[in-house]
Design a protein around this ligand. Structure first.
Ligand SMILES: Nc1ncnc2c1ncn2[C@@H]1O[C@H](COP(=O)(O)OP(=O)(O)OP(=O)(O)O)[C@@H](O)[C@H]1O
Length: 475
């Protein structure tokens, strides 16, 4: 038996699927603390993350994340991404009061989100907010509830350009030198060359340099030199006049011109073809350039910041990178340390990224469990911050618990394998738990399908779920 009622509604809702941006429309037929049912012809597969959009009378559009659960002929059920215990317990409190089935002493095994949240203190501010909403609400119950949820849970996912909010600074000694240089040189017009392994954050550092530069109000134009086709590179960089070559159907500004009064960031500069290296060098020397097909000289008015994960000195030795261009670009050279040299920063960075990702997805940020922290600290992170960010992004999406667990990170737990601990039984149980968690996720909690996949009986699945204290999503 459910501890609280589902409230019926007939609210139009639109949804889009995170993974492939497929979208659909439906009617939210009922809603409870943990989820609801959407009547719709478009049905995402079970266990897909969807963004839901409701239109609310007074607030406007409300957006939140949910996971699709089981489907049937009429539509599919969803599970909200409420993740904050305190807020959850107050929402449940409200629902049970309204539903007239209040029984705070009982927990329902059917609700995966309830996890001992009754013993959490209920935030009095949230209660007061709710109370005033109820008093002042003239709309339907669902609308009232949604608006309350909105104020209590939803983050206004406005993107901020301020690097202090989107960018983790860290305090490890190896990064201190980077900031010292950025503070000194960002306000100058000197070209900056950022060097570092892939995924260390060269592009984000280049944006930080732009943010602290004199031309911060101007454009920031990022260009990946490794990704532009050689045949188009010149026209993309310098622009062209109409008719200057076959296919030049209109006049086109190049990146150098678009970045005027701002910063041109040339990423993967080591991949710039040699003929273009010569042309770029000339522009840097003469401080003017012209569009293809034009003799009008355009002054170079942008700051140039470049980045590479290659050893440019080695490229110079091999003859694939021009030495004179290297010296021009290397006005200030800054080496970005890999994550393995920033061990002090690793966990704070991970928590920062979890918060940033959750905020973007409209979720309340979870904490990392101690085991997940250990796994993060022992993983080699060859892909640096990008790899860490991807693992955490995935973890935020798949995690079903109050905390992010090691298995949510989806990284090879090689470190755990290398340093196994516990008795044979403990290790086997750890393994079984991981397998079962993955199955629960894959089959949206469908015990029959899990039993089939694992070749065990349904009661055994239930026993294991209970033994490992895993969540079984309700429909
Ligand atoms: N200090 C940081 N704080 C927050 N996010 C970061 C930080 N450093 C890197 N990232 C994130 O890590 C990812 C990789 O960063 P970025 O693209 O800047 O690396 P890169 O060194 O330019 O990589 P590549 O050499 O492959 O081009 C991005 O998603 C970026 O937002």
């Amino acid at each position: 038996m459910r501890q609280f009622e589902r409230f019926s509604s007939d609210t139009t809702i639109s949804f889009s699927v995170f993974q492939n941006r497929a979208s659909g429309q439906g009617i939210l037929k009922n809603i409870s603390l943990s989820g609801g049912f959407i009547e719709s012809r478009q049905i995402p597969p079970p266990n897909t993350w969807v963004t839901l959009k409701f239109s609310h009378d007074s607030i406007g559009t409300i957006q939140t994340a949910a996971r699709s659960l089981r489907e049937d002929k009429r539509g599919f059920s969803i599970h909200f991404a409420w993740t904050d215990r305190t807020a959850l317990s107050s929402l449940r409190d409200f629902l049970t009061t309204l539903g007239g089935t209040r029984d705070p002493g009982r927990k329902s095994p059917e609700d995966p989100t309830e996890e001992s949240s009754l013993d959490q203190p209920i935030d009095s501010l949230i209660r007061k907010t709710w109370a005033s909403f109820v008093r002042n609400s003239s709309g339907s119950l669902l609308n009232t509830m949604i608006s309350w949820c909105h104020s209590a849970f939803f983050y206004d996912a406005e993107e901020t350009e301020n690097p202090e909010e989107t960018f983790f600074q860290g305090s490890s000694p190896s990064i201190a030198d980077v900031y010292r240089k950025i503070r000194i040189f960002a306000p100058t017009s000197l070209p900056v060359l950022l060097m570092g392994e892939t995924g260390t954050g060269k592009e984000v550092f280049s944006r930080t340099i732009h943010h602290y530069s004199a031309q911060k109000e101007g454009p920031f134009v990022p260009v990946n030199c490794g990704a532009i086709p050689e045949s188009l590179a010149e026209s993309l960089l310098f622009g062209h006049e109409k008719g200057s070559f076959t296919g030049a159907i209109a006049q086109q500004k190049g990146y150098l011109e678009s970045a005027a009064d701002g910063t041109l960031f040339l990423d993967e500069i080591g991949d710039l073809p040699l003929p273009l290296q010569v042309k770029l060098l000339r522009v840097l020397q003469e401080r003017v350039f012209n569009r293809i097909g034009s003799h009008v000289q355009i002054p170079l008015k942008c700051r140039i910041v470049t980045a590479t994960n290659k050893d440019l000195k080695e490229e110079v030795r091999k003859g694939t990178f021009r030495q004179d261009l290297f010296y021009r670009l290397e006005g200030v050279a800054i080496s970005i340390p890999p994550l393995r040299e920033r061990t002090d920063d690793l966990l704070p960075l991970a928590q920062f990224l979890v918060q940033k990702i959750s905020r973007k997805m409209g979720l309340i940020a979870k904490a990392l469990s101690p085991e997940a922290e250990r796994l993060i600290q022992s993983h080699p992170w060859k892909g640096n911050v990008r790899e860490l960010g991807n693992a955490l992004h995935r973890a935020v999406i798949v995690s079903r618990h109050i905390e992010i667990l090691p298995e949510d990170l989806g990284i090879a737990s090689s470190s755990f394998v290398k340093e196994p601990s516990g008795s044979l039984r403990e290790r086997r149980e750890r393994h079984e738990k991981e397998i079962l968690s993955a199955c629960l996720l894959r089959h949206g909690g469908n015990v029959g399908k899990i039993a089939d996949e694992l070749g065990i009986s349904r009661p055994s699945v239930y026993n294991m779920i209970k033994k490992f204290a895993l969540d079984l999503p309700n429909s």
